[in-house]
Design a protein around this ligand. Structure first.
Ligand code: FAD
Length: 468
């Protein structure tokens, strides 16, 4: 296999981790990135300044020897802090204890750590090189720098990790259609910020906040949670950053009746909207007007492809292959899981990559389709169901069954987030568990009225034990 040389396009989160894992296995790697080196130019972020990192992502980082370095800069999130319109907040824990938590990590810092690791492992990173064309018959790629100067490179085997708007994917599709289907969500997002507590103006401080600030606290709201303000058809969320700020993301329909990005087009309208629907957040965001008016509305969509590879010549990974909506916090985690599977397969292969890429796609595609579906479902759960009495009853019963029969019941969110059970299995098992909960709750207003011994017997008789 041409002395095992791999070209990767896109040095974002997935491309730079894949480069690291391949180079650590003795494979020669060239990694091409459109943007300048973020260690010199500063990170040009744009999308979501922080991300929720969970077990699947951590496994891949562990393989690269990066887990501890990344966790050192992360903020643990124990669960969802759900905020109602009256300003009350309640924590819904993700897992059983602090062994089942999400980590909020900075996209920029993580990308930089991964680039450092890729170079340390021996990969060569070429910044300011945007893929502009690929000739799969002649095995060449064409890159352009900022000035427009073009260079051609030979590339026998190339992996596209260039994100949801992948140029690599477009080039592959032109050569041989991949069966692409993009489903826009119809909702967009806008990022705002709650600064660290010491940076808030005196006028924003309630007596409680003043006290916290005097005690040296850096976070204006609970740091160890993912905050949600569910409002039915839309929501705000906030994830903590290590230095004390929170990245707040507003999700709204792009068009249609109020509230939508059409009905809330500028900071003045947004202020009026927040004053009714997210009143507790407004005083905590002194840069609200500037953020609202300068930050573009981001797009959200799910990408489905029938095929991820062109024989043994080209393969897509991460968002380039399976971009999803962000509501399960799994896009990066799924991309990292891709790399943990793919790097050993490539390293162990002794010939043509066709078989490796086909095996990768065969194993991963059902999982990618499953997490795409669960991510869409989770939007409804986050923005609406978390305050729905039926959902809360199911959640309470599920937690109770999981406590008493952990080998037979695990809430789907926990399977997705804290285990490595294949996503497709989580989807299927989650549906079976949900049916059982509906059946057990039938005719009962309160979970306390259910005969738990009988419920456990039904559970054990209905569902096989979870895989170890
Ligand atoms: P990207 O991160 O998009 O990286 C692609 C790289 O390729 C970039 O560096 C880009 O500059 C480069 N590139 C693009 N075009 C070219 C070209 N032509 N030539 C060379 N280089 C090119 N995931 C989670 O797991 N947890 C979360 O909490 C989470 N929250 C999210 C919140 C939001 C609002 C959004 C939008 C996404 C979220 N995600 C989350 C998803 C996550 O951001 C993506 O899944 C992840 O970034 C995918 O990584 P990637 O490397 O495949 O693509």
């Amino acid at each position: 296999m041409h002395g095992k040389h791999i070209t990767i396009v896109g040095a974002g989160l997935v491309g730079s981790l894949l480069a690291t894992l391949l180079a650590q296995r003795g494979i020669s790697v060239d990694l091409f990135e459109k943007r300048p080196d973020p260690r010199r130019a500063g990170f040009v972020g744009g999308r979501s300044i922080n991300l929720a990192l969970s077990e699947r992502g951590l496994v891949a980082l562990r393989m690269a020897g990066l887990e501890h370095a990344v966790l050192d800069q992360a903020v643990m999130m124990r669960g969802r802090m759900v905020h109602d319109r009256d300003g009350h907040a309640a924590l819904q824990r993700y897992g059983v204890d602090d062994s089942e938590v999400n980590q909020s990590v900075s996209r920029g810092a993580l990308n930089i750590a991964l680039l450092d690791a890729a170079e340390k492992a021996g990969a060569t990173v070429h910044f300011d090189r945007a893929l502009v064309a690929a000739d799969f018959d002649r095995h060449t790629l064409t890159f352009a720098d900022r000035s427009g100067t073009r260079v051609k490179r030979d590339a026998a085997v190339v992996i596209g990790a260039d994100g949801a708007g992948s140029t690599m994917r477009a080039a592959m599709d032109r050569h041989s259609p991949l069966g692409q289907h993009v489903e826009p969500l119809g909702h967009g997002y806008k990022e705002l910020e709650i600064p660290p507590l010491p940076d808030l103006p005196e006028s924003a401080l309630t007596p409680a906040l003043r006290e916290k600030r005097a005690a040296g606290e850096r976070f204006a709201i609970e740091p160890h949670a993912l905050h949600i303000w569910p409002r039915g058809n839309c929501m705000c969320i906030a994830l903590p950053n290590a230095e004390g700020s929170f990245t707040v993301t507003l999700f709204l329909p792009r068009d249609g009746d109020h509230p939508s990005f059409r009905s809330v087009p500028d900071a003045a309208a947004a202020r009026r909207y927040f004053a009714t629907d997210y009143a507790d957040t407004l005083p905590l965001m002194p840069g609200f007007d500037a953020d609202y008016d300068t930050h573009a509305v981001g797009s959200l969509a799910t990408l489905y492809l029938d095929r991820w590879h062109l024989g043994g010549q080209a393969l897509l990974v991460g968002d380039a292959a399976h971009a999803i909506v962000p509501f399960h916090g799994q896009g990066m985690n799924a991309g990292f899981e891709d790399t943990a599977l793919l790097a050993p397969l490539i390293a162990e292969a002794d010939g043509d990559m066709d078989d490796v890429f086909a095996r990768f796609q065969k194993q991963r595609k059902p999982d990618a389709d499953a997490i795409a579906a669960m991510a869409l479902e989770n939007y409804v759960e986050m923005r609406d169901s978390v305050v729905d009495p039926d959902y809360l009853r199911k959640r309470q019963l599920g937690t109770s069954l999981a406590d008493r029969a952990p080998r037979h019941f695990m809430p789907r969110y926990r399977m997705v987030t804290f285990t490595r059970l294949p996503y497709a299995y989580c989807l299927e098992r989650g549906a079976a568990q949900d049916m059982l909960l509906t059946q057990l709750l039938h005719g009962h207003e309160r979970v306390e009225d259910i005969d738990m011994d009988a419920a456990l017997a039904t559970l054990r008789a209905t569902l096989p034990p979870l895989p170890a």
